[in-house]
Design a protein around this ligand. Structure first.
Ligand code: PHB
Length: 395
């Protein structure tokens, strides 16, 4: 070989070695070929249990598929969002920019969700909302890459007012945490209660996640309404029901709520929850083979009773499985992926549901009552209820 040729060959080898080094991370990623799933959920604070239930449900749906999505292995990346809205954008960015997730699953708190939503809209990453009901996400700020598998904040309470008036409760006090979830739950309650002929005599509130209820309970005692309706969830909900009973109100002024009030907290609330009536898109006692099989499998896998959050996490998994299967694991094929997610019917433990045009579940809302530490279903309070999706224009 001539000297010249040798030099050329060597430099070619050098160039190719250099470009291999430069490309290595990309190649390694393509070769590992795992779908990168980001879980951004609360693992501390008043909603900690909700985050765990959502993750459990999600993992169970994936486990039922042999642990794969559209034939591909999965790698998980997790962030504890602490239900802290001020860290929402930063936490979601970590998953999208640093961990390069293909799909972002989260979260519980409506304020934190708005942080995720901004990152999802800016980056175009697929965003699946397994709880937070904030209206904007599927109304004025709806987006092609954002899908909710849970509810909109006013959906459960849109079925509550009618049920309360039917029980003869014409004058009610509303009480909640003052943030998007409570305020938007009020929107549904106000509409349904006043349409049924009820009057809301007072709106009470305290900042999230404050649980100093005493002064407000004293105020309720002095107003003496026919009933109280509320939105609380997680640890704060258990404390609210205990304080309500301890203040001597339980037997005098019936307590109603958006059904989150009695989800995942029946052990912690104890007898204070007995008889509390709520409306929600799920009930433990739904007498269907689908729900019974789900409850049994979940209890076996996690040694815990599932609640609505577990169901929502599970359904998020079911939705992602349908989408991933439709594109054979190629989540980058966005038009086909979104089409599959939009047209999915989810065979959920809550009953079958479909996606609305603005990407929010169209679902039955049940009337329930707490009996012996269980949410017993009394009937369907609203059939195939859809959120209005007001102001949603898909880009
Ligand atoms: C919310 O912030 O959107 C939220 C949180 C907990 C719930 C329901 C809604 O149980």
């Amino acid at each position: 070989m001539s000297t010249r040729r040798l030099v050329l060959t060597q430099s070619a080898a050098l160039i190719s070695a250099a470009s291999t080094t430069l490309l290595l991370p990309e190649i390694a990623r393509a070769q590992s070929n795992k779908i990168r799933v980001g879980l951004m959920l609360p693992y501390t604070g008043t909603f900690a249990q909700l985050g765990v239930a959502i993750e459990n449900g999600f993992r169970m749906a994936i486990a039922e598929q042999g642990g794969k999505l559209g034939g591909r292995e999965i790698e998980y990346f997790k962030v504890d969002d602490e239900s802290e809205p001020s860290k929402g954008i930063e936490n979601a960015s970590k998953l999208v920019q640093r961990d390069k997730v293909d799909v972002l699953v989260g979260t519980v708190h409506s304020g934190v969700q708005m942080g995720i939503h901004k990152v999802a809209r800016d980056s175009g990453v697929l965003s699946l909302i397994p709880n937070a009901g904030v209206h904007a996400a599927t109304r004025s700020q709806c987006a092609p890459n954002v899908f909710r598998t849970s509810f909109s904040n006013s959906q459960p309470t849109r079925a509550l007012g009618q049920a309360m008036v039917a029980k003869g409760h014409k004058k009610a006090v509303w009480i909640t945490w003052k943030y998007a979830a409570g305020d938007e739950a009020f929107e549904g309650f106000k509409e349904s209660y006043t349409a049924a002929g009820g009057t809301i005599v007072k709106e009470l509130g305290l900042p999230f996640p404050n649980v100093e209820f005493q002064a407000l309970l004293t105020e309720i005692a002095s107003i003496k309404p026919d009933a109280v309706a509320c939105f609380f969830a997680g640890g704060g909900a258990a404390k609210f029901m205990r304080d309500y009973a301890a203040a001597g109100l339980k037997d005098k002024i019936p307590l109603y709520g958006s059904g989150f009030l009695t989800e995942g907290v029946l052990e912690a609330a104890g007898p204070a929850a007995d008889g509390v009536m709520t409306t929600l898109h799920y009930s433990d006692s739904l007498n269907t083979p689908r729900n019974q099989a789900f409850r049994l499998a979940y209890a076996k896998m996690f040694r815990l009773q599932p609640d609505v959050y577990a169901v929502q996490g599970y359904d998020t998994g079911l939705l992602l499985v349908q989408g991933a299967n439709a594109v054979k694991g190629d989540l980058a094929n966005k038009p086909a992926l979104y089409k599959a997610l939009e047209s999915a019917t989810i065979d959920s433990p809550r009953g079958k549901w479909t996606m609305s045009k603005s990407h929010n579940p169209v679902q039955d809302i049940y009337l329930r009552v707490v009996e012996n530490k269980e949410n017993k279903v009394l009937g369907v309070a609203s059939k195939a209820l859809a959120d209005s999706g007001a102001g949603c224009k898909m880009a």
